[in-house]
Design a binder for this molecule. Sequence first.
Ligand SMILES: CC(C)(COP(=O)(O)OP(=O)(O)OC[C@H]1O[C@@H](n2cnc3c(N)ncnc32)[C@H](O)[C@@H]1OP(=O)(O)O)[C@@H](O)C(=O)NCCC(=O)NCCS
Length: 153
Amino acid sequence: MCADPDVMRYMPKTMTREESSQQVRGFISHWEARGFGLWAVEEKASGAFIGRIGLMVHDDWPEGEHKTEVGWMLDRPYWGRGLATEGALASVGYGFEELGLKRIISITLPENAASRRVMEKAGLTYRGRTRWRGNGVVWYAAERREWGAGGSC
Ligand SMILES: CC(C)(COP(=O)(O)OP(=O)(O)OC[C@H]1O[C@@H](n2cnc3c(N)ncnc32)[C@H](O)[C@@H]1OP(=O)(O)O)[C@@H](O)C(=O)NCCC(=O)NCCS
């Protein structure tokens, strides 16, 4: 997945197996430090591993005190079936209902239209542009006090 240029189009670059392993070690450390993190995503029908979706804290996020992001990445054959939205809604619900977070953010490059659409479909709203880790990014957020109020979830 991380070696596929389509999947990695809006990431800094494609990754080698070793770079991917190192990244997964970072995800595991996040779980150990915080008790939550990115989940592996499996297709229900086949049990196949198809990507990752979940919550990550970015201590270096510059826009306010709420630094927990919902994020997603799926392998190319599984795009366009609503799976990222399903996982995003589950992650945001978990963050508010189980972890008690007040705000959950999501960050992407402005040109990543599919990701921005997932943010909207998961109930996040546009908050603005900023610079983060050397890139101009857009960010969205959802508030716990508004979660589930009048929406489809
Ligand atoms: C972003 C990603 C997770 C979306 O996964 P997905 O399962 O296809 O998402 P969904 O099917 O739930 O929803 C995608 C939405 O984006 C829309 N979309 C897809 N490509 C689009 C494009 N180029 N322009 C505008 N909208 C687009 C779809 O039409 C759909 O919206 P709709 O339901 O209103 O039609 C997937 O494309 C991916 O893994 N991309 C590579 C990794 C990545 O960029 N991750 C995000 C990093 S911030």
